[in-house]
Design a protein around this ligand. Structure first.
Ligand SMILES: NC(=O)c1ccc[n+]([C@@H]2O[C@H](COP(=O)([O-])OP(=O)(O)OC[C@H]3O[C@@H](n4cnc5c(N)ncnc54)[C@H](OP(=O)(O)O)[C@@H]3O)[C@@H](O)[C@H]2O)c1
Length: 316
C-alpha cells in the first residue's frame, strides 16, 4: 500500500533546510522512498506551526485536504499520515476521513508515538536508576490524543500523577478514563514532578526554568518542542529527551529535514509499518489501546525501536 506522510514547517526558516528540488508551487514533495518495496513520499504544506494554530481552521483544513487529494490522485497514495499539528486541526484526522474527495485511509500515528514515549520514560528511569513507583509524573496536554494514551498506561505505574490541560470540562472527562493516584489541573504545576511529558499543540516553547524541579527528566514529545534549547543550556541539571524519536536504519533513506540521520518520528514509522503490513484501516481520534499494542509488536518485528535517548538529536 503506498503511503504519504503529511507534514508542515515548524518555523519559517525550516524551508531553507529543505532540498530545493523538493519545493514545488503549492507543496513540498520528497522523492519516492522505498522501504522493503513499500513506497511513499513525504509531503509538506507550506505553513508553520504558528500558522496552523492561528489561521482560520477552514483555510488550514482546505490546504491539508488539497495535499491529501494530490497524493491520492497524482501519487496513487492510499494511506495518509497526519503529521504533527495536522492531527490537532482535523479533529484527530476524523475531519479528513469525512471529506468525499479523499477516499483513502488516515492514521495520525499517535499510537506508536505513545508507545515510544512510554519506552523513553522507562529507558530514562533505568539509566538514572529510579523507579516510577517512587516518583511523580506530570503530563502536559493530558487529554490530547497522545496525552490520554500515555496517561492510561503510565499513571498506574507512578506514585502520583499531575494531569495538565487547559479546559476543566475535558479534564473531568479524562478523570473517568484513568486509573491510579492522580490529580487534574489547569495550572502548569510541572515543578512538583520528577518526570514531565509534554504532548501539547502549543505552537512554541511552554516550559521555562521556573516550571522545572531540580534534576527533572522531561520527555518532550511536542513538535514544536515545549522545552527550548536555550532553557536546557541554562538548566544543566534538567534532562531533556526527544520524545517520539525512533531509531531508523539510514539504508531506507527517508531523510526528514532537520532530523538527525538514523532517527525518525514514531508517528511516521507507525504509518510505514501499517503500509508494510498492508493493513487497510483508519486510526483517527482517541487511541485504541489494542491497536497501540499492535504497533508495539510491529516495532519489534521490523526493528524500528528506541535504542538511544537523545536531546535535540545529541545522545544523552
Ligand atoms: N515526536 C513525535 O513523533 C510526534 C508524533 C505525533 C505528534 N507529535 C506532537 O505531539 C503533540 C501532541 O499531539 P496530539 O496529536 O496528541 O495533539 P492533540 O490531540 O491536539 O492534543 C494536544 C493537546 O494539547 C493541549 N494544550 C495545548 N496548549 C496547552 C497548554 N498551554 N497547556 C496544557 N495543554 C495544552 C490541547 O488542549 P485544548 O484541546 O484544550 O486546546 C490538546 O488537548 C503535538 O505537538 C504534535 O506535533 C509528536
Amino acid at each position: 500500500m503506498r503511503f504519504a506522510i503529511l507534514g508542515h514547517l515548524i518555523n519559517k526558516n525550516d524551508i531553507n533546510d529543505i532540498p530545493k528540488k523538493w519545493i514545488k508551487n503549492d507543496i513540498i514533495l520528497s522523492p519516492e522512498a522505498n522501504i522493503n518495496e513499500t513506497k511513499g513520499h513525504i509531503i509538506g504544506i507550506k505553513l508553520t506551526a504558528k500558522d496552523i494554530m492561528s489561521l482560520p481552521q477552514n483555510q488550514v483544513r482546505e490546504i491539508i485536504l488539497n495535499a491529501a487529494v494530490y497524493a491520492q490522485n497524482e501519487l496513487d497514495v492510499e494511506l495518509i499520515q497526519l503529521g504533527a499539528l495536522t492531527t490537532s486541526v482535523t479533529n484527530g484526522g476524523e475531519w479528513l476521513l469525512g471529506q468525499k474527495e479523499f477516499k483513502g485511509f488516515v492514521n495520525h500515528g499517535d499510537s506508536y508515538t505513545a508507545v515510544v514515549t512510554c519506552h523513553a520514560v522507562h529507558k530514562a528511569l533505568e539509566k538514572f536508576e529510579k523507579k516510577p513507583s517512587d516518583l511523580s509524573i506530570a503530563i502536559v496536554g493530558a487529554y490530547g490524543i497522545i496525552g490520554e494514551a500515555v496517561s492510561k498506561i503510565l499513571v498506574p505505574q507512578f506514585k502520583h500523577s499531575i494531569l495538565i490541560g487547559r479546559r476543566e470540562e475535558k479534564l473531568l472527562e479524562l478523570e473517568i478514563k484513568i486509573k491510579g493516584n492522580f490529580e487534574t489541573t489547569i495550572d502548569l504545576k510541572t515543578k512538583e514532578a520528577d518526570v514531565i511529558i509534554t504532548a501539547t499543540n502549543h505552537p512554541k516553547a511552554l516550559l521555562d526554568s521556573q516550571h522545572l524541579n531540580k534534576n527533572t527528566i522531561v520527555i518532550d514529545v511536542s513538535q514544536p518542542p515545549n522545552l527550548s534549547y536555550e532553557v536546557c543550556k541554562k538548566r544543566k541539571d534538567v534532562i531533556r529527551i526527544d520524545g517520539g524519536y525512533v531509531d531508523f536504519p539510514p539504508k531506507y533513506h527517508l531523510p526528514i529535514p532537520g532530523m538527525p540521520l538514523g532517527k525518525n518520528f514514531a508517528c511516521i514509522v507507525e504509518v510505514i509499518m501499517q503500509a508494510l503490513e498492508n493493513e487497510r484501516e483508519n486510526h483517527v481520534g482517541s487511541v485504541d489501546i489494542n491497536h497501540l499494542r499492535k504497533t508495539e509488536k510491529w516495532g519489534e518485528k521490523y526493528g524500528f525501536t528506541l535504542n538511544e535517548l537523545t536531546n535535540f538529536g545529541k545522545p544523552i
